[in-house]
Design a protein around this ligand. Structure first.
Ligand code: BMP
Length: 218
């Protein structure tokens, strides 16, 4: 377990597969989203699933019926988990959880986003979203590595019942060890790996930083 997820926001299929092949041993999952899928098609999910589990980051944020239709497509395409927004409310989230459970797959819910604007409107509702995600039977939350103190707060609310995956490490200024110390289970890293001159080395370094932090805790 490396406690690291690769965010593969690359728009060239060959390049994306090359990076996945290069770094898969240092990550526990690959997160794909609009940039890669819109550029290369949904079929890339099955190709990447050869290397690791795939998290489909579509930030699903619609009415329950549309959420159901979206999640069906995502899981039919071979994804192991989907990311949904929480602000659309309990019924919309329930729809995602319902479809995921039919496929025996997982839902992650965004509580608050990692960019500076994520503090504008999302932060005040993040704790309510975290509680809702817990009650709805989601698998985990997406919480910001750029604000470890917020991850700590969210962890207090949800206890050990939900997994926290945390983007914002490296390019956005967060540190992997800080957010793991704050209670995240996995860090999500994109540019710091796929834009590095040597992606494998970059991945290895962050993985080591995480392992050092975890060892230090015991
Ligand atoms: P990077 O390490 O290059 O900053 O990539 C972070 C990834 O996590 C991107 O795919 C981004 O869309 C996603 N993400 C984020 O950065 N902050 C959030 O709050 C939620 C996200 O999904």
């Amino acid at each position: 377990n490396t406690h690291m997820i690769l965010a593969l926001d690359i728009t060239d299929r060959e390049e994306a597969l090359k990076i996945a092949e290069d770094v898969w041993e240092f990550v526990d999952a690959i997160k794909v989203g609009y940039p890669l899928i819109l550029a290369t098609g949904l079929g890339i999910i099955r190709e990447l699933a050869e290397f690791t589990p795939v998290i489909a980051d579509f930030k699903v944020a619609d009415i329950p019926n549309t959420n159901r239709l979206i999640c069906d497509q995502v899981f039919e395409a071979g994804a192991d988990a989907v990311i949904a927004q929480g602000f659309t409310g309990r019924d919309s989230l329930d729809a995602c959880v319902e479809i995921a459970s039919e496929y025996r797959k997982d839902v992650f819910v965004v509580s608050e986003m990692s960019h500076p604007g994520g503090a504008d409107f999302m932060q005040p509702v993040a704790e309510a979203i975290a509680k809702m995600a817990l009650e709805a039977g989601a698998f985990g939350l997406v919480a910001p590595a750029t604000r470890p103190e917020r991850v700590k707060k969210i962890r207090k609310i949800i206890g050990d019942k939900l997994t926290i995956i945390s983007p914002g490490v490296g390019a956005q200024g967060g540190r992997a060890s800080d957010v793991i110390a704050a209670g995240a289970d996995w860090v999500i890293v994109g540019r710091s790996i796929y834009k590095a001159k040597f992606p494998k080395e970059a991945a290895r370094q962050i993985a080591e930083e995480i392992q050092d932090e975890i060892r230090g805790e015991y």
